[in-house]
Write a protein that binds this ligand. Structure first.
Ligand SMILES: [Fe+2]
Length: 195
């Protein structure tokens, strides 16, 4: 998903460059972070200045994009970090305990704000969407600049390879679950059409 033109944001460019230096095991999550940051910038700024951007100017449509991105990417990304990254970091990088506690809290806040959007897609979006954008931006930057950097500097190559395999397996499982749900929804909708 490319909701915003990344070339107009220096901050995104910096993140992209740092992602290029990521250990291979962390690159898929860093790619998610790149797309999350692009989305966050769109929510904060409100509209794109790039002529070819497909980012909608209407807040209501931006809220739709957030929910779509959450279902397709962010939901499983958060779960992956909570299942694989945070427990490993808590074990191997005990000095980062406070940071990981904060990141877990931010994940819950992100879920709560997206859930609020699903329940109410109209009221006060001009205020709610930038709040979500700033939260996403803060969370991504802390994970990229501090946690991922510490993980790739302080863990052994063998630990990083094991982590990469576990993350890849989790992503494959998430992809198959999404495919099954999509097939079920399509079948259900076809059934409804018949009746
Ligand atoms: Fe993340």
């Amino acid at each position: 998903m490319r909701p915003f033109d990344a070339s107009e944001h220096w901050a995104i460019f910096v993140l992209y460059r740092s992602a290029m230096k990521r250990h291979p095991s962390l690159i898929p999550l860093s790619h998610d972070h790149h797309h999350t940051l692009v989305l966050a910038q769109g929510l904060i700024v409100g509209q794109s200045r790039a002529p070819r951007s497909n980012w909608p100017t209407e807040r209501r449509k931006q809220a739709d994009r957030v929910i779509e991105f959450f279902v397709e990417t962010l939901q499983s990304h958060l779960k992956n970090e909570e299942a694989e990254i945070f427990p490993l970091a808590e074990r191997r990088l005990p000095s980062r305990e406070a940071l990981i506690f904060t990141l877990r809290q931010e994940h819950e806040q992100i879920r709560s704000l997206v859930s609020d959007l699903e329940r109410n897609l109209t009221n006060n979006l001009e205020e709610r969407l930038p709040i979500l954008g700033r939260l996403l931006e803060r969370n991504v930057r802390q994970e990229e600049r501090v946690l991922f950097q510490a993980i790739q500097e302080e863990l052994t190559e063998s630990e990083l390879k094991t982590l990469g395999s576990r993350l890849a397996q989790s992503r494959r499982q998430a992809d198959s679950c999404r495919l099954i749900n999509t097939t079920r929804n399509n079948t259900s909708s076809t059934d409804q059409t018949r009746y």
